[in-house]
Write a protein that binds this ligand. Sequence first.
Ligand SMILES: [Zn+2]
Length: 135
Amino acid sequence: MAGELEFPVVKTDEDWQRELSPAEYQVLRRHGTEQRGTSPLNTEKRSGVFRCAGCGQTLFSSDTKYESGTGWPSFFAPIKDSIATTTDRSHFMVRTEVHCSRCGGHLGHVFDDGPAPTGMRYCMNGVAMKFEEQK
Ligand SMILES: [Zn+2]
């Protein structure tokens, strides 16, 4: 688990539990994964931005969202400097974990089987983000 003190937004576990919904807390602070196909953001097609549900930082633009068919909201690129990654060796796999660069909240994983132009697939938990429409 990443050190809590590396991030600009630092709160105690009690604070997070109080401020987040149980589902948000489980993903953002406990590295949980939502059930595939459950997030309303899977079908979100409007233009706007996706913000961290923990601290509000903008993470992804709708311009980089695409239909991956995985059942999780997927993007081919994050907004610059909005995320950071670490190596996750849990569940007998080596994966690259994606977390918010501001509060350290766990967002999902990134894989190298995404579409052009980056070839990357940011596989996100919808519950870890809030969509904000921009017209
Ligand atoms: Zn955050």
